[in-house]
Design a protein around this ligand. Structure first.
Ligand code: APR
Length: 169
């Protein structure tokens, strides 16, 4: 069963030596707080320099950069939707974040990837709903990408961990 490739960890995503870590960015791609701030701090200033060349990123889309001082080789920056009550296409846009991220991982032949709980912090997306979307899109990607070896969901809070455990049932 493809679920085997999914792993839950409770750690700082910037410590993971995987092919690529995913950043929950904003549309400017010029850094911010939360996981975005942590990734930029750990990667060093060259990350922002490369981000400046990308001209931002629309919500639900994704762009790849190098990892610089991070143990991860690459960073895929994706911009999650801000939760506005649930009837502004938020669930579709979040699912697209995962699909677009996996599309880049496939073209770049990346085998191990770590995600934060995109949109569930500053962007206020309900974590139980977000976790189900993350798991569902990962199961679909795992069937489409034969070389996908491991998908790590980083649960930075106990609530996030519970939501992913539940989504994996
Ligand atoms: N490692 C892993 N996960 C982390 C880390 C970290 N170092 N720091 C925070 N998180 C978790 C949060 O606990 C939350 O579960 O990442 C998840 C996403 O939260 P945010 O980082 O707030 O991202 P998001 O909700 O998508 O909001 C994005 O916040 O930081 C700004 O520039 C960013 O404007 C953008 C917005």
């Amino acid at each position: 069963m493809k679920k085997k490739i999914i792993k839950l960890v409770e750690t700082d995503i910037t410590t993971l030596s995987v092919d690529v870590i995913v950043n929950a960015a904003n549309s400017s791609l010029l850094g911010g707080g939360g996981v975005d701030g942590a990734i930029h701090r750990a990667a060093g200033p060259e990350l922002l320099t490369e981000c400046r060349t990308l001209n931002g990123c629309p919500t639900s889309e994704a762009k790849i950069t190098k990892g610089y001082k991070l143990p991860a080789r690459f960073v895929i920056h994706t911009v999650g939707p801000i939760w506005r009550g649930g009837n502004h296409e938020e669930t579709h846009l979040l699912a697209e974040c995962y699909r677009n991220t996996f599309k880049i991982a496939q073209t770049q032949h990346l085998e191990t990837i770590a995600f934060p709980a995109i949109s569930t912090g500053a962007y206020g997306f309900p974590v139980k709903v977000a976790a189900k979307i993350a798991v569902r899109e990962t199961m679909i990607a795992a069937m489409q990408i034969p070389f996908l070896k491991q998908v790590i969901f980083v649960c930075f809070t106990p609530e996030t961990r519970e939501a992913y455990e539940e989504a994996l049932q």
